[in-house]
Design a protein around this ligand. Sequence first.
Ligand code: FPP
Length: 236
Amino acid sequence: MSTKQESLQHIAVIMDGNGRWAQKRGLPRAAGHKKGAETVKEIAKAANERGVRFLTLYAFSTENWQRPKDEVKTLMDLLRQYLKSDLVELHKHGIRIRFIGERYMLDKDIVESMEQLEQNTADNKGMTLILAISYGSRQEIVAAVRKVAAMVKKGDISESDVDIDLVSDMLYTKDVPDPDILIRTSGEQRISNYLLWQLAYAELFFTKTLWPDFTPNELGEIIDNFYLRERRYGKV
Ligand code: FPP
């Protein structure tokens, strides 16, 4: 593997367009989410085979709690089912599974299944699939600031000890390299409260493809394109 090949460690994705995919076919939005969940499995397997070390997918944002009650229920039921079947299949492919987000907002049985999956897959040697569920980046940063403030107040550290590494260590992603690539599907070009701190130097890719139609082939094209871009990290 070349050095350049090794420089791609982490891909983050905003999976958008499930609703429009369903609407275009005259189907209920739930059908779009169901198809979107299948795409998650295909893309995770493809990224793992391509040697990607971390894949972080935005499955449910803190703002998504404000969607109509029945849609939230659909998404939670899908997640419940997913935790029991599809993610177990990914475990068989050697994929480690982790979750980031505000767990206290989720039903207890869902949190238990999540914890069980994290434990069962912890020793897998393949890619780490991180599902962001009930996740909001500003909330994550606020929680980090609170932790740092408490440490200063307690006298464990002084104000001048607060630096980029310390703040990074207070985030859900503390042991995960920053994303090299952010992909958003469906034509929208927004970050939507996703990994705001971690995306500082990510290469951004926006595709018009709706998430349920996103293929391993298109993922491969984005990865190939990434290697053609020159990353300067603010230097010349
Ligand atoms: C955005 O599409 C997608 C979501 C809010 C949820 C993403 C969820 C999945 C891909 C399926 C569930 C995943 C797991 C892991 C169980 P949208 O509904 O905003 O689409 P729209 O913009 O076209 O309305």
